[in-house]
Design a protein around this ligand. Structure first.
Ligand SMILES: *[C@@H]1O[C@H](CO)[C@@H](O)[C@H](O)[C@H]1NC(C)=O
Ligand SMILES: *[C@@H]1O[C@H](CO)[C@@H](O)[C@H](O)[C@H]1NC(C)=O
Ligand SMILES: *[C@@H]1O[C@H](CO)[C@@H](O)[C@H](O)[C@H]1NC(C)=O
Length: 435
């Protein structure tokens, strides 16, 4: 991943003079690297997030992320620190939007209260906790859409519950075909969740008695996936929302539904089968390519496009359907994280980093910003519903709420802050004097 090498890590405590010098050197190295990696095109920024808003410094060149502020920080690199005083504005388990299986407090998970006592400490900077009042003011007259699978719903619920604590006047509705959504009336801020597993449209497929080209390959049952057609649940989302947060991943590695033998994914492009038939991994690349283009074409130029990286699972001792569980009560250590997730080990949860490889490749050169929550979440084997998820098997995939997706939203805010000098500046909806 060439892009991984483009991080600039800075410590804000340097004296101004040293700071300027180091900044110059960093920028110089950064520019050199950007030129060396000729495949690094366009304006995709990855986790280059500023955390101070008082100094202006911009680099606007091809292939170089826009850096408006002094503090540059790679929020994806850091550690969890036990800090019970950190989060003061936590919502209660009575928030109605919390899906029953994720409500670890109500379900009496033994460490449910403790999960939020950990604070993500990035290297060389701080990640402030979410401030709901500030957020409502800052993003008044704004539509924010989460588009993706249940893990994006997990993140959506966290945001809605956090905001509802300070603003109860809400209208519940389904904007632009959403699964669910809320408008915070006092601020005219709408937050919606558009449910889609693959982003692309898919439906059951069965062999035709009269035969056909897929039948000639021996296929009898499967799922037709139209790589160039967005699923109807979110087709209107890009023209409705000002900020869009996409994800996909888990369903591409879910043999329970898309069994490679019994019910494989069969890919179609322009209405015709892709021939010869391709694997889901190549199908994912095609879907990402088309969906990214679709969003870029249909969204207003000032809108903000974000792709969230893959949420890691923590099945140990087997996969979800092979008795795997997640019974840890504390975050993992760095060595344990590598054991569980490194590509070399090819363990049960290896798909987290595999999916990201596909994402990073597809997003290179696009106008999407990458919200990289993978590494920070890899540590949190303690934060899944586990046996209290109300399923036959342990739930080591979704997250307890309150929980980790609250930290994802902290990161989302930091990220939106960092791009305000770029995209948001020209967006009349997002202009706020109280910046
Ligand atoms: C959780 O504990 C409370 C108090 O002991 C009990 O009333 C409730 O039924 C428990 N909930 C579950 C889902 O086990
Ligand atoms: C509310 O926000 C939406 C989205 O930005 C905008 O289209 C609409 O005009 C706003 N409504 C009012 C009353 O300001
Ligand atoms: C990783 O493991 C899976 C099953 O556990 C296997 O099918 C696959 O071939 C392995 N991949 C590599 C690159 O070793």
């Amino acid at each position: 991943m060439a892009m991984k090498d483009h991080h600039i890590k800075k410590n804000s405590n340097l004296s101004l003079r040293r700071y300027t010098f180091f900044l110059f050197i960093s920028v110089f190295c950064f520019v050199s690297l950007a030129l060396v990696f000729s495949d690094f095109r366009g304006s995709t920024t990855k986790m280059l997030v500023s955390y101070k808003n008082n100094r202006d410094f911009e680099i606007k060149e091809r292939g170089i992320p826009q850096i408006e502020n002094s503090g540059l920080c790679d929020y994806s690199d850091g550690k969890w620190i036990y800090d019970p005083k950190f989060r003061t504005s936590l919502y209660a388990n009575s928030c109605k939007e919390v899906f029953k299986g994720w409500n670890c407090i109500s379900n009496n998970k033994s460490n449910a209260q403790d999960i939020m006592n950990w604070r993500w400490q990035p290297k060389g900077c701080d990640l402030p906790p979410f401030d709901p009042v500030w957020f409502l003011k800052r993003f008044s007259n704004t539509n924010i859409g989460f588009v993706g699978d249940s893990l994006n719903r997990n993140m959506f619920v966290s945001l809605v519950c956090t905001l509802k604590q300070v603003s109860l006047e809400v209208k519940k509705w389904r904007p632009a075909g959403a699964d669910r959504g809320f408008t915070f009336l006092q601020y005219n801020l709408t937050v919606a969740y558009h449910r889609t597993n693959l982003l692309a449209r898919y439906s059951r497929w069965s062999a035709d008695a009269n035969g056909g080209v897929l039948e000639s390959f021996g296929y009898k049952e499967g799922f037709r996936v139209d790589v160039d057609v967005p699923e109807g649940t979110w087709a209107k989302a890009p023209s409705f929302h000002d900020i869009l947060i996409l994800n996909t991943g888990h369903w591409w590695w879910a043999p329970s539904k898309f069994d490679p033998i019994k019910s494989p994914m069969l890919f179609f492009e322009k209405g015709l089968p892709v021939l010869p038939p391709i694997t889901p991994e190549i199908g994912l690349d095609m879907v990402l390519k088309h969906m990214i283009l679709f969003v870029e074409k249909t969204m207003r130029p000032t809108a903000i496009k974000i792709f969230r990286t893959q949420s890691p699972r923590h099945f140990e001792g087997g996969d979800w359907d092979k008795g795997g569980s997640c019974q840890r009560l504390q975050p993992l250590l760095q060595e344990q994280v590598e054991q569980l997730f490194s590509l070399e080990n090819n363990g049960t949860n290896v798909e987290a980093r595999l999916v990201n490889q596909h994402l990073f490749k597809a997003l290179e050169g696009s106008s999407f910003h990458i919200l990289d929550i993978t590494h920070m979440s890899e540590f949190r084997a303690d934060a899944h519903p586990s046996t209290t998820g109300g399923k036959k098997h342990d739930d080591c995939m979704h997250w307890c709420l309150p929980g980790i997706t609250d930290s994802w939203n902290d990161l989302l805010v930091a990220h939106l802050n960092s791009i305000h000098g770029g995209n948001i500046k020209n967006n009349p909806h997002l202009e706020m004097s109280a910046w």
